[in-house]
Structures are given as C-alpha cells and as structure tokens.
Design a protein around this ligand. Structure first.
Ligand code: SF4
Length: 301
C-alpha cells in the first residue's frame, strides 16, 4: 500500500483498511483545517488504486471487514472511479461489511439520487459529513464548503445543504455520520453555535453523531484571526456548556453519539435522544468538578 502524505480517518475507522483513492481535499479551504494544505487535490490513478486493493486483498483478505476510502472528501470521485473501485473491494475482501468515506454536503448533492443508490448497491454504506456547526454565521466564517447550486437561493444555504445532503444520502440507503465541532463559533457565537448545531443534528437525523473540539492549529486562517483577538476559543467550561446544550437539545430519531475523539475533554457515548438525560448528568458532574477531564497533554487533533 502506498500512501501520500499524512492520512486522516475517523476514530471509528481505527481498524479499517484505508484506501487512498484521492489525494487531499477538493475544497481545502476551511479556515480551521490544516489536514491537506500541503497536498494539491487530485484523483489517484485507477491502476495504482487497484494495485493497492489487490495487494491488501492478498495480505489481509478475509480479515478486512471495513474499508475507509481517503482522503478528505473522497465522495467527490466521479462515478467511473467508484464503479471500478467498489467491486474490486468486494472481490478482494470477502468479509467486507462497510465501505465509508468523508463527504462534503456538496459532494452528496452533486450525485443524483440514482447514483447514490448505485453506490449503495455496490457497497458504499456510510458517509462522514462534518457540518461542524448549524449556525450559519459560524459556517460561513469557517468557509465550510462552496455554495451548492441546489440551495443557492437560501439565506441559510450551508445549513440547508447539510439537511438536503443527509436526506439524499439516507434515502439512498447510505448511512450518515455527522460531526460537530465544539468551540467552532468562538466565545462570540458559543450560544448560537451550540443551539443551532443541535437543531441541525435534529434536522439531518443521522444514524451517527460525533462532537470533536476545535484545535486552533498554527498557520491556519483561524489562527491568524485568533492572534488578532478576532477569534477566541471558549475554555473547558464553555466547551462543556456547548456540549450540554447540544446533548440536551439534539433530537434525531435514534443516533449513536460519541465524543471519544482525543480533542475532547469529556468522553461520552450513548444514544440520542434515549440517553440524553444520563449524558447531561455526566456533563453537569464534569462542570461541577466531580469528573476528571482529559488533561491538556493527552488532548490532540
Ligand atoms: S472539507 Fe474537510 S478536509 Fe476539506 S478543508 Fe474542509 S475540513 Fe478540511
């Protein structure tokens, strides 16, 4: 397997085979993200991708149950690549039960419902979407993806794009994991960010939900804003208060919720809304100082 640059994958893909079918992110513009800044986006040559799949099949074959297709927004790949890659994965890994990738809402909306259904039939089962916030002001400050053509007339077009994309993916049978970013609105938008994120989580109604915590990475646009006091990240108590609002107000039908990412102060796991009260009590205990928080040295991107 040949990998170019640093690889990123969701925590739940820790034991997956990572197939790098694209290099970088086709947008590469979010103000807080430095994951792929050194990479110029491109599709990997299909022959190289198939070589990697064949080699992984020979080495790991029946042991691989999950594949994560990298890099940053791999759903952007055109159908002719997916039509070759997904059957190759199924052939190489007889025990395969999940294929997933990151997707911007615009990537989903650029695929027709019929194309998404075809991807699902061929094995793509899950997309990770990171709206990060439901607050339209925060979303625009984060430069969270281009304006999708389908929702261009909407005043809250980034919010609406995520709702529409989640609905289209789920209607095709592809599960959605939605990721929100505590602190993304800064101190200035902390209340709006938390409340609107809970509302967006409800409206996206995904199967999986996760909260991460923003890390202001040196060299990113948001770090330059922060150095001029234009962006101030809430402290631990402010971030826990955002999490409390999110858990208390998000009402998807039934989503598995986790905060197990290393960036978070308080790891939680449960179902929303079923376990909301229990998780709110755990957050209150942490706010009261009765539960130890993850120490700064153990936190990371
Ligand atoms: S879409 Fe994702 S990978 Fe691309 S710049 Fe934004 S956060 Fe980074």
């Amino acid at each position: 397997m040949r990998y170019e640059g640093k690889l990123y994958r969701p925590p739940s893909e820790a034991h997956s085979y990572i197939l790098q079918a694209t290099i970088g992110c086709s947008w590469n513009n979010c103000t807080y993200c430095d994951m792929y800044r050194e990479k110029v986006f491109r599709l990997r040559g299909i022959a190289d991708v198939l070589d990697d799949v064949a080699e992984a099949g020979r080495r790991f074959g029946p042991r691989v149950e999950k594949v994560f297709v990298a890099d940053g927004d791999a759903l952007v790949m055109p159908m002719d690549h997916w039509r070759v890659i997904l059957p190759a994965l199924a052939a190489a890994f007889p025990g395969l039960r999940q294929v997933s990738c990151y997707a911007m809402a615009s990537n989903v909306l650029e695929k027709t419902p019929g194309e998404l259904e075809e991807l699902r039939r061929s094995g793509l089962t899950l997309v990770y979407m990171g709206p990060e916030s439901g607050d339209e002001t925060t979303l625009r400050r984060l430069a969270k993806q281009p304006r999708p053509a389908e929702v261009s007339r909407s005043a809250a077009y980034l919010y609406d794009a995520h709702v529409a994309a989640s609905a289209r993916a789920r209607a095709s049978g592809i599960a959605v994991s939605a990721i929100f970013l505590l602190g993304a609105g800064g101190v200035a938008r902390t209340v709006e960010h938390a409340r609107e994120s809970a509302r967006l989580a409800t409206d996206m109604n995904p199967e999986f939900l996760a909260a991460l915590t923003l890390t202001v990475v040196p060299g990113t646009p948001i770090a330059r804003t922060a150095s001029h006091q234009g962006f101030v990240l809430p402290g631990a108590a402010g971030l826990l208060t955002e999490l409390r609002t999110f858990v208390g107000e998000a009402r998807p039908t039934d989503a598995l919720f986790r905060t197990n990412h290393a960036s978070n102060y308080l790891p939680l796991a449960g179902r929303l809304p079923g376990d909301a009260d229990r998780m709110v009590r755990a957050i209150d205990a942490a706010l009261a100082g009765n539960v130890p928080l993850r120490p700064e040295w153990a936190r990371g991107l």
